[in-house]
Design a protein around this ligand. Structure first.
Ligand code: HEC
Length: 122
């Protein structure tokens, strides 16, 4: 009896850890699927979509000094609404109809990991 309770507890713990890693992995997968073709798998703004006639370079997410200028709310806003909402290029598409708010929150955290920075103005 005691043993099976222990087993249940261990299984629960393993299950919970699984959920936490799944969320982190999910952000990376969403990024690679929707964003990397322009922003690059490493976030450097050099994805395969970016040809010579691309009018504006996608943001390089590894440039901490640029990314620090954006608050988390700014990042979320531009992902949901697209470049023009912040007077940036329409080459940055809106994702509000494609991604859920949770996914955009996860992406925002993922971008903070890529820049290894925090927003100055939140
Ligand atoms: C079709 C190409 C393209 C795709 C796909 C794309 N972006 Fe962008 N993104 C851009 C471009 C171009 C800019 C730069 C706009 C500018 O500076 O005017 C940009 C800028 C940004 C910025 C910075 C905005 C700012 O205020 O400086 C963020 C954050 C961003 N993108 C996040 C994302 C995320 C997250 C995804 C995936 C869900 C994504 N982008 C997908 C092209 C793209």
């Amino acid at each position: 009896m005691a043993k099976s309770k222990f087993t249940t507890a261990v299984l629960l713990l393993v299950g919970m850890l699984g959920v936490v890693t799944a969320q982190a992995e999910e952000a990376e997968q969403i990024f690679n699927f929707y964003c990397a073709q322009c922003h690059g798998v490493e976030g450097k703004g050099n994805g395969p979509n970016v040809t010579e006639d691309f009018p504006v370079d996608p943001r390089d997410f590894t440039q901490a000094e640029e990314m620090e200028k954006l608050s988390d709310a700014d990042i979320k806003n531009v992902i949901l609404e697209g470049g023009p909402i912040v007077s940036k290029s329409e080459m940055m598409p809106p994702w509000g109809k494609t991604l859920s708010e949770e996914q955009v929150d996860a992406l925002t955290k993922y971008l903070r990991k890529l820049c290894n920075c925090v927003g100055n103005a939140d």
